[in-house]
Design a protein around this ligand. Structure first.
Ligand code: TXA
Ligand code: MG
Length: 310
């Protein structure tokens, strides 16, 4: 506990100086910087090798601070009360007098925001007098990190500090819902689409194409382990890694299980960890068993599809 406290203080010190550090969240680790600082946010893009037109998500401690930057609607408030803090990101209207750096939004009039639930990051946000812009802490197009070690693998000593919060509980990025205009889900993720729909008594669709903004690696390679991935396969070749949804009685050393018993939540949590483990071995390619396209399976299939783009 004492250690955590001094690490949070260290994080605050670097962030106040306009540096970038990695922070743990319940979804994946983020590469964080002061969202009001053009210096800090520019650094995030550089470190990630991210294209400028892909906007960042901003992380808040509470509604009070969000109120300075975004227009808050009744619908937002309803969802906020139910799902926050947690793995849900909202795209909202940006206020004209907001101090959010133009780097974050790429000069757009909307802002993606969320309230992470990881206890260390919550404590850190509370101590700061600015919100944190934080995309996933990986080099663009690569696999998102779910532990301190993963972040190290991505950036080596290029970042000043990693706040170690253990392994990410959800293991997959937040669900993104746009509340600007008609509600739309822009990215499947840590909260199932059906759960949101049930709560709102609506059928909000996942919008794969968003013409105005390049959202989560649309149709382009993303979440990639750097070797070919083939989906919906039943049999691997010996030099291929085989990802399965459920443990088999007869197993081989190239078999990787997303879950013991077809549990899709567990599978989502293990996906990036397993992709990274395979990436670090000498496989030539990966094949994946068919994953049911329900609940968290939707998000898993979405990530696998993008990772398999040639
Ligand atoms: O779980 C998460 O959301 C993690 C953790 C660290 O919070 N963050 C994350 O950030 O996944 P990132 O940058 O890797 O993915 C955010 C996506 C981007 O691909 C971007 O296209 C989209 O959110 N986005 C950001 N601002 C947007 C906006 N105003 N409108 C539409 N999409 C936006
Ligand atoms: Mg990302």
């Amino acid at each position: 506990m004492k250690n955590n406290l001094s690490n949070i203080k260290k994080s605050k010190y670097y962030l106040n100086k306009g540096e970038c550090i990695a922070i743990p969240t319940e979804t994946v680790y983020g590469l964080a910087g002061n969202a009001y600082s053009s210096k800090a946010t520019l650094k995030i893009f550089k470190l990630k090798k991210r294209i400028k037109k892909n906007p960042l998500i901003v992380h808040y401690h509470n509604l009070k601070m969000l109120n300075n930057d975004c227009v808050i609607s009744n619908q937002f408030f309803k969802l906020y009360k139910k799902f926050c803090p947690g793995p849900l990101t909202f795209v909202l209207k940006l206020k004209k007098n907001s101090k959010i750096s133009k780097n974050v939004t790429n000069n757009k009039k909307t802002l993606a925001i969320r309230f992470p639930s990881h206890p260390l990051t919550k404590k850190l946000l509370k101590l700061l007098n600015f919100p944190l812009a934080a995309p996933s802490a990986n080099i663009s197009t690569k696999i998102s990190p779910v532990s301190k070690e993963d972040v190290k693998e991505e950036f080596g000593n290029k970042i000043k500090f990693i706040l170690d919060g253990g392994r990410s509980k959800i293991g997959l990025e937040s669900t993104i819902i746009s509340l600007v205009g008609k509600p739309r889900i822009l990215r499947l993720g840590g909260i199932e689409r059906t759960k949101i729909n049930k709560f709102l008594n609506k059928n909000i669709k996942f919008e794969k194409k968003n013409k105005k903004i390049t959202t989560p690696g649309q149709s382009k390679l993303h979440y990639s382990p750097g070797i070919p991935i083939k989906l919906n396969t039943t049999k691997p070749k010996p030099n291929e890694a085989f990802i399965l949804i459920k443990k088999r009685k007869k197993s081989y050393k190239n078999y990787y299980y997303l879950s013991k018993n077809k549990n899709l939540k567990q599978a989502a949590k293990n996906l990036y960890r397993i992709l990274r483990e395979i990436k670090n071995k000498n496989y030539k390619s990966i094949v994946v068993e068919k994953i049911p396209n329900i609940g968290f399976g939707e998000a898993i299939n979405d990530r696998l599809k993008r990772a398999s783009v040639k």
